[in-house]
Write a protein that binds this ligand. Sequence first.
Ligand SMILES: [Zn+2]
Length: 437
Amino acid sequence: MPQDNSIVIETLLRLTRSSNVRRGVLAAILPFLGVVAAFGIAPDTVAEKVVVAPVVEAIALTPVATSSTPEDTYWREERIQRGDTFAGVLSRLRVEDADALRFLRSSNEAKGLRQLVTGRVVRAHTADDGRLIELRYSTGLMVLSAKADGDRYRVTEEVAPLERRVMMRSAEIRSSLFAATDAARLTDAVAGQLADIFSTDIDFHKDLRRGDRFTVVYEMFYDGGEPVRSGRVLAAEFVNAGVALQAVWFEHVNGQGDYYTPTGKSIKKAFLRSPLEFSRISSGFTQARFHPILQRWRAHKGIDYAAATGTGVKATADGIVETASHDRGYGNVVVLRHQQKYTTLYGHLSGFARGITRGARVSQGQVIGYVGSTGLATGPHLHYEFRINQVHLDPLTVAMPDAPPITSDLRVAFESVARPLAQRLTLLRSTNLARLD
Ligand SMILES: [Zn+2]
């Protein structure tokens, strides 16, 4: 179908929290646009914040000018091609408006709209006489707009309203997790989330078996049909050595969320094993060792992690900052208190993360400071202590408590999110659909 015969209809669906409203709107519009396939799975099964999702679909039409009235307006879309001129793009967009052309081609304000970057998308909203109502130019992350405002044009710049699609991919492990996630064309960000989600149950270096499989349901954000970035993993299943583990993302009312099993058990531990991602343990937990600076034997009631100065140090559990100060021995030190009886200590920091002051609330995995060598330290490292009721324990061997499960007040909301996702994961496992993408 020739490009000129297609009219792009852009429908902005203001999705609300009410999935019923959303389902109704989508059901009403999808048959016309034929974008059912684009969603992968029904977006109404997912709890989300209020988002604006433009649904853009080219519909090939034979000319329908016979039915047009003076009020008819159209959105047209063009992609900038190699060798294009600005006038050429506007002509393809059927902008026939001398004032608009003069403004767009010469004004300083409209400079950003004239960048001829191959592949970028320009959309024009015109009246059927060619008068320009609005021109929108997308850089991928930003949208520049020139909008008719009386007898002039107003240029604004805003963050691109991205279309959110829920995607699903499956793959079988043949060599490594990352070879499989690459084969499934998952972004590194999604692959990393997948590994994180199951890391308390699966050691991806040791436990993987040939034939292990995973399915992941995640968000992708699109601008004008082009993927811009991936979002959050909403649900995932990992079949490891014949055992299926499932995880579902659930967002609490305060905007924070966690992964749970479909029955509502938290899949994370209350404490991360380590406050640093990849690091070498330079000194383990002992009752006695020779202190290199004090030059005498004393107990080392923590773990030392060697890491470069400036490496982010994470809170190992949700908690409250009890201390963020300087100590002669520990240097810059943060002490966190968790659920009354637990405390964790992070020493020799080069500095504190923003907002880390006494009384501040932190969440698990949040960066609270940076590796350094302040206090009595021979080189940059993190000194980490874990205490229960003031008794020092080895964080590498102590049995970590589970994070709390879904509370009874959230049970109904949780079920409405988790059940359909878990059913879908289970269904996919028992069919070959999982191989399609
Ligand atoms: Zn130490």
